[in-house]
Design a protein. Structure first.
Length: 146
């Protein structure tokens, strides 16, 4: 793949906040499975929903991530917000799948979807790689090129 395209907007955010939010998502998914708690997954679904579908400035996890950036005085780097909104929508869909599979006792399938979510979040946290941009390029952009 030669070029990766992301959705774009005029809104800018501090890159550190979604990276730390991704770490918190990874930890919460692991805790959810460790505790076998649909409530933890429901919290994550709501958090992704806030980030994906509302104009609220912060979700609970992104608020915590913002606080961490302030406490540790992490350097601010402004990035486009649109790719993070698209990624939050993908996270919402994945959490919906995880909860559905978990509730219907399809634990292995829910763990596979959760593993993919944790992998994508890990890429965001560790190297600021937005898997959403790749997925956007492969699955969404072709419908808009025509």
């Amino acid at each position: 793949m030669k070029n990766i395209f992301c959705p774009i907007s005029t809104e800018r955010i501090n890159e550190q906040v979604p990276r730390i939010t991704a770490l918190l998502v990874m930890l919460m998914v692991i805790v959810g499975f460790a505790l076998q708690s649909v409530m933890v997954f429901t919290f994550l679904l709501a958090d992704f929903g806030i980030r994906a579908f509302t104009k609220m400035k912060f979700s609970p996890l992104s608020c915590a991530a913002y606080w961490v950036t302030r406490v540790f005085n992490l350097p601010e780097k402004k990035i486009d917000k649109a790719p993070k909104i698209f990624a939050a929508r993908m996270g919402f869909a994945m959490m919906l799948a995880i909860i559905s599979l978990f509730v219907f006792d399809l634990y292995t399938a829910s763990k596979v979807v959760a593993g993919i979510l944790v992998f994508f979040a890990g890429l965001e946290f560790a190297i600021a790689f937005c898997a959403g941009c790749t997925i956007y390029t492969l699955l969404v952009l072709p419908f808009y090129k025509n």
